[in-house]
Design a binder for this molecule. Structure first.
Ligand SMILES: [Ca+2]
Ligand SMILES: [Ca+2]
Length: 167
């Protein structure tokens, strides 16, 4: 596999949280549940409900972009030909469909108005399936001024970049 193919395969695996070979609604709920478990937040809480609403919106956005045959599953082929290309052409679109979920994830992780600390951002990325080295580097890079806080906007943009732009 080329570097690009390896990277895309890793991105696909990140979305395919339950590892059954395709991305569907369940994967987004698995990710939401993993975040709740990691940070000890209940599904019934306001933050839990917001996260699930964000997961649903993220799935609907992903399906709208990549589920070409409309069977409610995004296969690896659909992901490579549909999602990766279209999201690379338009990373803002990805940030848009991912934002409610990411905002929910950061709230579950305890983000405040001032943002989130780098270590917590690293934990969020890890729960979402980002490789540990990449998560550590990404969280460190986001805290560019070294003040130890990452804004929600910066976190959302970084996440969109991670999934759409070859490093
Ligand atoms: Ca899956
Ligand atoms: Ca499909």
């Amino acid at each position: 596999m080329s570097m690009d193919e390896r990277r895309i395969a890793a991105r696909f695996a990140g979305f395919d949280q339950d590892g059954n070979g395709y991305i569907d609604r369940e994967d987004f709920y698995v990710a939401a549940k993993a975040l709740l478990a990691e940070f000890g937040v209940t599904a019934r809480s306001g933050r839990g409900q917001s996260l699930f609403a964000g997961a649903e919106a993220f799935w609907q956005g992903m399906a709208g972009i990549a589920d070409v045959d409309g069977d409610q599953r995004v296969t690896r082929e659909e992901f490579v030909t549909g999602a990766v290309k279209r999201l690379r052409d338009n990373p803002d679109r990805f940030a848009e469909i991912a934002r409610p979920f990411l905002r929910g994830a950061l709230a579950v992780a305890g983000a405040e108005a001032s943002g989130i600390d780098a270590d917590t951002a690293r934990r969020v990325l890890g729960v979402l399936g980002v490789e540990p080295d990449v998560a550590r580097a990404a969280a460190g890079a986001l805290d560019a001024d070294g003040a130890g806080r990452i804004s929600e906007d910066a976190a959302v943009r970084a996440f969109a970049r991670y999934f759409t732009v070859p490093e």
